[in-house]
Design a protein around this ligand. Sequence first.
Ligand code: IVH
Length: 669
Amino acid sequence: MDFLEAKQRVEKLRAELEKHNYHYYVLDSPLISDAQYDSLMRELIAIEEQYPQLLTPDSPSQRVGGKPLEVFENYRHRKPLLSLGNAFGAGDLQDFHRRVTSLVGKQVEYVVETKIDGLSIALIYENGILVRGATRGDGETGEDVTSNLKTIPAVPLRLTKKLPRLEVRGEAYMPKAAFARLNQEREENGEPLFANPRNAAAGSIRQLDPKITASRSLSAFIYEITYIEGQEISTHWDALQYLRELGFPVDRNHKLCTTIEEVIAYCQEWTTKRSELPFEIDGMVVKVNNFAQQEELGSTAKSPRWAIAYKFPAEQAVTTVEDIIVRVGRTGVLTPTAVLTPVKVAGSTVSRATLHNEDIIREKDIRIGDTVVIQKAGDVIPEVVEVLKDKRTGSEREFNLPKTCPECGSAVVRLENEAAARCTGGLACPAQIREGIIHFVSRDAMNIEGLGPKVVEQLLNAGLIKDAGDLYYLEFKDLVKLERMGEQSAANLLRAIEESKQRGLGQLVFALGIRHVGARAGKILAEHFGSLSALSQASLDELLAVPDVGPKVAESIRTFFAEPVNQQVIEKLRRAGVKMEVERKAMGQGVLQGKLFVLTGTLETLTRKEAEKLIEKHGGKTTSSVSKNTDYVVVGKDPGSKYEKALKLGITILGEAELLALIGEKNQG
Ligand code: IVH
């Protein structure tokens, strides 16, 4: 196949694949089998490999192509993405309607649609091509998660019309089935479970490695056009139809209502019907249909006056408290937890409810054996709302928090003005050690995949580790002896541990588990001090000079580093080669440090000079001839003989888009 034929075939394949994607994910009615789809995709990838200059960022092959990022860049929205006010019943909807009609008159139509329980996203298209995807963030600034959103098959990379510019807003979500699968898998691996599909979706999109996002079976719905050039639209109803025409997934359960009674009836209808949907919704959204009226109504600082969220009531269920157990946390806090007769609430089976602390148990008078009403409101951990006292038989038992720690036997104390009771065992308490290690390996800390609570416990029980530092000295021969640990998982685990050495100082500081130092503080401290040794030697005054560090935090940092046991752990980490300085990039060097590049052919958006500058800015070097020392050859249109030489030598070949992805730069403007 010559270049021209390849070009034509690639275009044909892309159009085909996009069409099938649309039928599968948007219309929900596939035209071909998965195997046929895969075979088209393989053909496309093969041609693109042969002719990298044909690669474009909107190619369907690029959905999972992105390289892991180091951090997300911020993305400032053109206009703040507002939130919605809430209505908790028919009365609130009537009030909303009165406010609307008092401002725009009696003639109002509403569109009522599902309120998808996911993560709010914004997508930007230029000339019909997806160029950027971001989270909502605080409404003004979100995070640029383009590579991750590209992995969601329902998100079109290319629209059916070449509008000069289009910005839309929607929700990325995890379907119920995918959520159940993911949690089951995590449970089997002993990893912490996601509380609900929304957290799972948010967690999956905030992954620096797009491959993880791609593995999470996410989907999306789009429900607003926030900016458009090249098309006039005058109602929300038409906007939804138009979005669909452009190739966007739009939830089909929206309805045009001409009276508020109709709106209320439709909202109430979904209170029960929601369980039939394959995705979670936490309410309905009611929007004034006419854009001219929307404009007239305007917005407050937080939310538009032309829309409101009707929230479904929290779901409740009745069950019994079979037992009350006590968990000892990382900082020694004892948390009483009710063990319940399993019961279905809000789509999931609940068998535990947190009782928070002793005072709450007294206040609600919760006893072992009681019949209770429990509640699960969307995201939160199930709670006991009330005890059905008339169901008592007299055999219920009152619960008292133990006077000594159930795990180490040390005294339990309750400090004045604190609701929490604490074990005084410190690092002599196995629970505190265990929880500390679980925290150390958790996602926002050292993020060691495959090292969940169950494996941590196994390692402790087998005497293979005594603290987090020991993780870095584990050996394959010991790991494979553990129950349910095959050779493959042992190798994966060792690799994940090795990789975690590069997490960077911010995550390490958080991982150490210094009281009052959360993930954000970890990052701030890392940036301020630049190295762990500088932080550990900082005086109280130096600590207090850091923005956001108050006396409580400063004191706690000093206490932590003064403790010989902690110093020992840090020493183990240091000897193992865990990175204890701020990322090299932030210190003025780059992700391409020491890499040798050769450029050939005409790039799409960058000139040769610009590309060279960019590579150098990130620490790489460029030369003019390809040799075996070359790390990458960047190939544009009509490449010269350098390209062939690179192929012969087996050197990694990049297109412009891949180069930009590698260094996390944007090719916009
Ligand atoms: S409209 C200015 N429509 O709910 C318009 N939001 O509580 C604001 N959401 O942040 C958004 N489904 O993430 C709208 N059909 C829908 C929605 C929806 C889910 C989310 C969205 C928003 C939150 C507000």
